[in-house]
Structures are given as structure tokens and as C-alpha cells.
Design a protein around this ligand. Structure first.
Ligand code: MG
Length: 342
């Protein structure tokens, strides 16, 4: 064990947190802990350890091939779910550092927040939610990934604070730490920024095409707006026990979101393949629901171990798939292959 005279490195880092972070930060030493008790690491405080567990998980690596907005794009510069995750983490850490909050906790929540996303982005989520009688939401699934599905169905046994931030990252959520709230806002700031940037790349929008009521407040260029929202959150929250935006920024954000919905998220050019993606997900769901014997062995074992309903297990399997894997499974099951003598 590495010791710095009398304290471990971890204890030294925990001491530094106490001396340097805001009194409103979540201190590693004060964590509400893990469901299954574990011995402490000699190098890393709990949230740093959780961040590493998420980064090393298979679900994290699969984010590289899951849709953000544009389905299986051919250009190399469009965001995938992995790049979205990294951009959320970067904005959230910038805010956390400025506000003297716990950067390790913010990073762990940010890297884990979308682990439960389906293939084909929100189209996949909508399809599963429609076809599964138990409903499906990616934020609940992200929690299920870290609690149950990861590490060969034993779960990552993360701390309360990281799990709480992941489960509450959507607008309707209510995270119990300021760090969770920082990620909740950074998620929105990040996707508004990069979805617009990708829409410009795709020729759907022009860089300066935002309406005047947004441009005059937050800037006409995507980079200007990213800077504006991050600064606004920091200025409005500095030294306070809350994370907020100014009323002007909040309104600009809502206007921007509404405008993005009209011009990008429901744009027929960007979304032309979504109907097909939804049918593909529905077909996979119905197939495995009717043929549970065709589910991979680890999911069948999970069902007998936990007693979870088949509907949930089928969602677990399908939501874990990358876009490409889902297309591969679909074509194996439903597309005839040509005959050849091998
Ligand atoms: Mg997200």
C-alpha cells in the first residue's frame, strides 16, 4: 500500500478536497457509500474510483457506435453518443472546477449518464417505450446498466451520489448534489451546441440562422453560445448552494430548444430513416419476446437469477446493442441470404 508517511494518498486527496472545495461540494469522504461494502482504495477516493469503473465498462465503449442525432452517418465528424458524453463531461468539469465542486463526481456522472441509451438514439428509445408494456426510459436504463448489467451482470456497485446523478440527469430529474445538477445542465448545453454544429455540417442549417431573440442574447455562432451558457451558469451559481441560469439565459435556452425541435429534431431530411429504425427495434423486441430461447445465455441466466419479467430482459438486450449490431441481428433474423456452396 502506498503511504505518504502516515496517510494514504487517498486520505491526502480527501484532506485537500476539504481544504479547497466549496462548502457546498460533495466530499468524497462524506459519500453515502455503496450498496455492497468494499474496502477503500489506497490511491483513489470513491468518486474517482467510480469514474474509472465507468470508463472501463463495455457499455461505455459501445457508445462509440450509437446514434446521437444523425443515424449511422457516413462523415467522420458527426457526433456519436460517445463524443456527446465526452463533451458533456468537458463542459461539466469546466463548470465544476470554476465553482470548486467535486470534479471526479461530475465526471463519473457525465460519463455514465447515457450508458442506457438504445441504438438509433431517441427513435430507438421511443420504439422500445411503445412496444414494451413496462415502458422504457434511457435514464432508468443507465442506472440499470451500472447496477445490474455491467461486469457480467454483477453491477459496478457505484456510490449513491454517482447513481443519483445518473438517474436524475433528465430535465424532470432532481439530483441531490450540485454536481448532479451541473451534469443535468451541461447535458443540455452540450447537445444544443453539438447538434446544431452537426446540423450545419449536414447542410440543414446555416451557422448564423438562429432567430434574433436567441442570437441577440446568447450569440449567433455555436461557439459563442456554448461560451455564453457556461459563463452564465458559473456567474449565477458562484458561491451559492444551487446551480442555476439567469432568467435571460434560461429563456434563450428554451427558445433554442424549441427552435432546434422544429428545424433539426423533426426535420424530415435529418430524420428520414427514423421510421425504419423504429420498425427494426420493434421487430427485434417482438422476436425475442416470443422466442426467449434465442436470447443470449447471459440474459436468460439474468432472468432466472433476478426473476425480472421477460419484457425487461428483452429491453436490456436490445438497448445494449450498438446501431451496427442491431442491424446485423435484424438482417440475420429477417433478411434472407443468397445461397452459395462453400
Ligand atoms: Mg446526454
Amino acid at each position: 500500500m502506498i503511504r505518504d508517511i502516515v496517510m494514504t494518498i487517498r486520505e491526502t486527496i480527501e484532506e485537500t478536497e476539504k481544504k479547497t472545495l466549496s462548502p457546498y461540494a460533495a466530499f468524497s469522504r462524506d459519500s453515502k457509500g455503496r450498496e455492497r461494502k468494499e474496502s477503500e482504495d489506497d490511491l483513489r477516493p470513491v468518486f474517482q474510483r467510480d469514474r474509472d469503473r465507468i470508463l472501463h465498462s463495455k457499455s461505455f465503449r459501445r457508445l462509440k457506435d450509437k446514434t446521437q442525432v444523425f443515424l449511422i452517418p457516413e462523415g467522420d465528424h458527426y457526433r456519436t453518443r460517445l463524443i456527446h458524453t465526452l463533451e458533456v463531461s468537458q463542459s461539466a468539469r469546466t463548470i465544476a472546477k470554476a465553482l470548486k465542486l467535486n470534479e471526479d463526481l461530475v465526471e463519473a456522472i457525465a460519463l455514465g449518464h447515457d450508458l442506457g441509451h438504445t441504438p438509433f438514439g431517441h427513435a430507438g428509445e421511443r420504439a422500445l417505450n411503445r412496444v414494451c408494456s413496462l415502458g422504457f426510459e434511457h435514464s432508468d436504463q443507465s442506472l440499470r446498466v451500472v447496477d445490474v448489467l455491467e461486469k457480467d451482470m454483477t453491477g459496478l456497485n457505484l456510490t449513491f451520489e454517482v447513481r443519483d446523478g445518473i438517474a436524475n440527469h433528465r430535465t424532470t430529474g432532481n439530483p441531490s448534489t450540485l454536481e448532479g445538477r451541473v451534469v443535468q445542465l451541461s447535458d443540455k448545453i452540450a447537445y444544443m451546441h453539438h447538434d446544431m454544429d452537426d446540423a450545419i455540417r449536414a447542410g440543414i442549417l446555416k451557422d448564423d440562422s438562429v432567430p434574433e431573440k436567441i442570437g441577440e442574447v446568447a450569440g449567433y455562432k455555436t461557439a459563442e453560445r456554448l461560451d455564453y451558457f457556461i459563463h452564465d451558469v458559473i456567474m449565477e451559481s458562484y458561491g451559492k448552494n444551487e446551480i442555476r441560469m439567469s432568467p435571460a439565459a434560461d429563456k434563450a435556452m428554451k427558445d433554442l430548444r424549441e427552435w432546434m425541435f422544429k428545424s433539426v429534431y423533426t426535420n424530415p431530411k435529418a430524420k428520414s430513416e427514423e421510421g425504419k429504425a423504429e420498425s427494426l427495434i420493434e421487430s427485434l423486441y417482438m422476436y425475442f419476446y416470443n422466442r426467449p430461447d434465442r436470447l443470449p445465455m447471459e440474459y436468460r441466466k439474468l432472468m432466472s437469477k433476478t426473476g425480472d419479467p421477460l419484457e425487461r430482459i428483452v429491453c436490456d438486450y436490445i438497448s445494449s446493442m450498438t446501431d451496427r449490431y442491431a442491424i446485423g441481428v435484424y438482417s440475420d433474423l429477417f433478411v434472407p441470404t443468397s445461397w452459395s456452396i462453400k
